[in-house]
Ligand binder design. Structure first.
Ligand SMILES: Nc1ncnc2c1ncn2[C@@H]1O[C@H](COP(=O)(O)OP(=O)(O)OC[C@H]2O[C@@H]([n+]3cccc(C(=O)O)c3)[C@H](O)[C@@H]2O)[C@@H](O)[C@H]1O
Ligand SMILES: Nc1ncnc2c1ncn2[C@@H]1O[C@H](COP(=O)(O)OP(=O)(O)OP(=O)(O)O)[C@@H](O)[C@H]1O
Ligand SMILES: NC(=O)CC[C@H](N)C(=O)O
Length: 701
């Protein structure tokens, strides 16, 4: 048996934090060595951090990456272990997204990415070029700083494989795994036994199985060992990289790391038997024919054994069940970890949330509660970085004991109920009950005096006093009176965020949390610059439907029973006066249900349908629940509101990316924001389809 120990790492890197990034890379190599690994794989672009974006265009970023590599090569980290490190490299004047293989303080080989990630959140071809020469290598001239350390002037650069004394290895980078003609197929046909993939891949609800299915099928079909490494956490933007390093052998996962965690460095190791790979392929005759005919890769020969003889006593890791989180758990964990990274890296002293007792702000509060639970649990279980972050943010002396999750919430989480004359006792009491369950410091205040002052100001300027519709006012007056309340809540939230730490004798500032969900954004059912305008928003990419099931789940699993009461209540803005015959509700106001909004959202973005094609699709999907006229009216209504409110997306608070149907305008869903909201051409085509169907129905009876 040829048994080797392999290590795949998850690192919580931060764009441009070279100091911290190289420290975490070193820590991961040390852990890998302690566990006896002969090869260590790190995430994509781990030295500068994956999310540097346009900073990749700066020469500084590549230079500092080389400087970071010098730090590694100068120490003993790379002694007796092959380290595969992600960084940008400029070769022949062109910048590539590369894997740099190092061993015993020398560079073995540099492998550029062949297929860049360019859809959805990814824009790699803005900063990098895909290597165009498959199965070809060139000499790469090393920068002087590296020459001084390694004594090497040139190293091989390109699409090659590594052969050790006793094993062979090849690498592909992130997106390459997702492509139809993935390099691992050619590598397997070339007899490569270990294929590694250093990734920078983000979390999206219910997405993990896409990745693990690809990993399993990569070696299920051709045999081999597949190693996956990923970044973790918020590295400075809207994405949460969700780790989950794993190692697969012949189609079965043998080791899997955490998808969400506070821990900055996680090393997943497995003992694997490379002879099992040869055995698998040896019995696969049709593959052997293709392998025999395949074009050969250039080979980098490395005089190093991957499977030392003393490993004979080691037992290979058996296959294990893949662990998936429920979507509700994903909501509790992903955004909570993202909030923790944001908080500890921003220098803020905590979060402030305007907590209405409704579904959205209550979900947000529960996520902050989950963040406190995760951070304290990590610190108590011995994570020194988490403990130091808690002490710094909460201003706890080194000798004092660490706080519980509830105590931490009291220190760093301020909630506030901003009641008006239209607020109900029910939302008010849910707000304070939930805050108490989480442990947050809660304020229960009224905004009526400020609202009255704004209306008095308006009356003094115009001699007119707007009225609510229920009191005989027009639609314009009714909307304006609602928006005054909503916007005042935003202003007061920022005032409190700035001054409450001072009031409590703590100093610093709080970040204001927004809690508009993805569906409200899509429909524009929100007041521009109300509490939806905040510093960051953990639920801006999550649908109302998912939030409601999260609330039901969280009542029990997070230990906040009030969430169940919140979930049962119909969503309402409480901006209009309540009367015996009138209570404002979201779905009635919007003229569509949250469920319908979810359908429109997915068809618009994920299925890429415009008004006419969406209408045609729904004619089939909704044929048992609505007539063609009704479906036409719903589709037109959606496109009218979506397009007339699209401008609100341009100022949307940055939020955690969780859904592929996110309308987020800045990075993900790039669209104009001034539309002809009548959609005359498109709506006429819809009418024509409705009329044609009506005619054919009439003719058939
Ligand atoms: N094409 C365009 N490009 C750029 N900006 C544009 C624009 N059209 C309007 N605007 C601006 O946007 C303003 C209209 O937007 P906005 O002021 O938000 O007001 P608007 O969208 O008219 O009203 C707020 C909406 O939120 C709903 N709502 C209900 C309940 C609660 C809440 C809540 O948030 O608590 C909200 C309410 O029913 C209504 O549909 C205009 O006055 C103008 O300043
Ligand atoms: N009475 C209130 N006290 C504190 N904050 C409020 C209050 N009413 C509204 N807000 C804030 O304004 C945001 C938008 O209010 P809106 O009435 O549109 O509710 P929503 O988007 O349905 O959210 P929720 O479900 O949290 O009520 C809320 O998420 C909340 O942060
Ligand atoms: N960095 C990458 O190549 C990521 C792209 C890939 N589609 C993913 O989401 O994982």
């Amino acid at each position: 048996m040829r048994i080797t120990c392999l290590a795949s790492c998850v690192l919580n890197q931060w764009a441009l934090d070279f100091e911290g990034n190289v420290k975490r890379v070193k820590a991961s190599i040390q852990q890998a060595k302690q566990r006896g690994a002969r090869y260590r794989l790190g995430p994509e672009l781990e030295l500068p951090g994956y999310g540097c974006e346009d900073h990749f265009l700066e020469l500084d970023t590549t230079e500092h990456s080389w400087e970071s590599l010098v730090e590694l090569l100068n120490g003993d980290e790379t002694d007796d272990i092959v380290c595969d490190v992600g960084m940008p490299v400029i070769h022949g004047g062109v910048r590539y997204n590369c894997r740099v293989f190092v061993l015993n303080r020398k560079i073995l080989f540099i492998r550029p990415k062949l297929c860049l990630a360019n859809d959805g959140n990814y824009r790699e071809s803005r900063w990098f070029t895909a290597w165009q020469h498959q199965k070809k290598i060139e000499d790469h001239q090393l920068p002087p700083a590296i020459v001084a350390v390694t004594g090497q002037s040139y190293v091989p650069f390109g699409d090659a494989i590594l052969t050790f004394i006793d094993a062979s290895m090849g690498s592909e980078t992130c997106e390459e795994l997702f492509t139809p003609a993935a390099p691992h197929i050619q590598m397997a046909l070339n007899g490569v036994e270990v294929i590694s993939n250093g990734s920078g891949s983000h979390h999206q609800l219910r997405k993990l199985n896409t990745r693990t299915d690809l990993i399993r099928s990569a070696t299920g079909k051709c045999g081999g060992v597949y190693m996956y490494a990923n970044q973790r956490g918020c590295d400075g933007g809207r994405l949460y990289y969700d780790g989950c390093a794993c190692i697969a052998v012949n189609g079965e996962i043998v080791a899997q790391g955490e998808q969400f965690a506070i821990q900055e460095v996680e090393v997943v190791t497995a003992n694997v038997d490379l002879d099992a790979v040869v055995g698998f392929r040896g019995a696969f005759q049709s593959m052997a024919v293709q392998a025999s005919a395949s074009d050969k890769y250039p080979t980098i020969r490395v005089p190093f054994t991957l499977c030392p003889t003393d490993y004979v006593s080691q037992v290979p890791h058996p296959p294990c069940e893949i662990r998936y989180h429920l979507p509700q758990e994903e909501i509790a964990l992903g955004p909570a970890c993202w909030l923790w990274d944001y908080l500890r890296r921003s220098g803020a002293s905590g979060y402030l949330l305007p907590l209405s007792g409704g579904a959205d702000s209550s979900s947000t509060a529960a996520i902050v509660g989950s963040m406190c639970q995760l951070a304290t649990a990590a610190a108590i279980s011995g994570d020194d970085v988490a403990a130091a972050d808690i002490r710094r943010i909460a201003r706890i002396e080194g000798t004092d004991s660490l706080p519980s999750a509830k105590e931490l919430a009291r220190i760093l989480f301020q909630t506030v109920y901003l009641g008006s004359e239209n607020s109900s006792a029910a939302t008010r009491s849910r707000s304070s009950a939930l805050a108490a369950e989480i442990g947050a410091s809660h304020l229960d205040v009224r905004i009526d005096a400020v609202v009255a002052a704004v209306i008095a100001f308006f009356t003094s300027v115009t001699q007119k006093t707007p009225k609510f519709k229920v009191d005989g006012g027009s639609d314009v007056e009714n909307l304006a009176l609602q928006n005054i309340q909503a916007r005042i809540r935003m202003v007061l939230s920022f005032v409190l965020a700035q001054l409450m730490p001072w009031v409590r004798g703590r100093g610093g500032f709080l970040l204001v949390l927004g809690s508009a969900n993805v569906d409200e954004g899509l429909r524009g059912y929100m007041t521009k610059y109300d509490c939806s305008s905040a510093d960051i928003n953990p639920i801006g990419g999550i649908s109302k439907r998912d939030l409601r099931s999260f609330l039901r789940w969280g009542a029990d699993k997070l230990g906040y029973p009030t969430l169940a009461l919140v979930e049962e209540a119909p969503p309402t803005a409480e901006l209009e006066p309540i009367r015996d015959d009138y209570v404002q509700t979201d779905e009635e106001d919007m003229g569509m249900t949250y469920e319908e909004l979810g359908v429109f959202g997915r068809l618009r973005k994920i299925s890429r349908l415009g008004p006419v094609e969406m209408f045609k699709r729904l004619l089939h999907e909704w044929k048992h629940r609505a007539s063609p006229e009704e479906i036409a009216a719903k589709v037109k209504s959606f496109f009218f509101y979506y397009s007339s409110n699209r401008h609100k997306m341009t100022t949307l608070t940055p939020s955690y990316h969780a859904e592929n149907y996110s309308p987020e305008d800045n990075r993900f869903d790039l669209r104009p924001f001034l539309y002809n909201v009548k959609w005359p051409w498109q709506f006429r085509k819809i009418d024509e389809v409705v009329m044609a169907r009506e005619r054919s129905y009439q003719e058939s009876i």
